[in-house]
Ligand binder design. Sequence first.
Ligand code: ZN
Length: 143
Amino acid sequence: MFAIEYDVKKVYMGRLEHGDDLLESLQKFVEDKGIKMGIIQVIGAAQRATLGFYDGNRKVYEKIEIEDELEIAGGWGNISLKDGKPMVHLHVVVSNREGRAFGGHVFEGTKVFACEFIIKHLEGPVLERALDDVTGLTLWKQT
Ligand code: ZN
């Protein structure tokens, strides 16, 4: 276990456009702003979603495709470096008209209906992701 202290450098509150790809548009925003470490929160609605479930035995993501109008009941994630580039790591819980929820790791293909986001740009040591042999995931490595 490890933890690092950060200060909040700046907070952005914004809105994505109807039809945007949730992950790609946030990824582009953080690259444009040069955010290497950060915290992300999203709420809103989606026209469809592509989420992931990580199969820890096979060490692969299984994709969950949801073709339905959805609320983005909540989403949160972080920004750090992978292969020297900022990477948005985002999870969401989405719900349908019955209020039933699905959740998981957000992949490209989650299409925004409307979405409000908050991004906190952090100041401090930059965490880099590296392949973790135990899990097969790219996790933060302690430097
Ligand atoms: Zn994830």
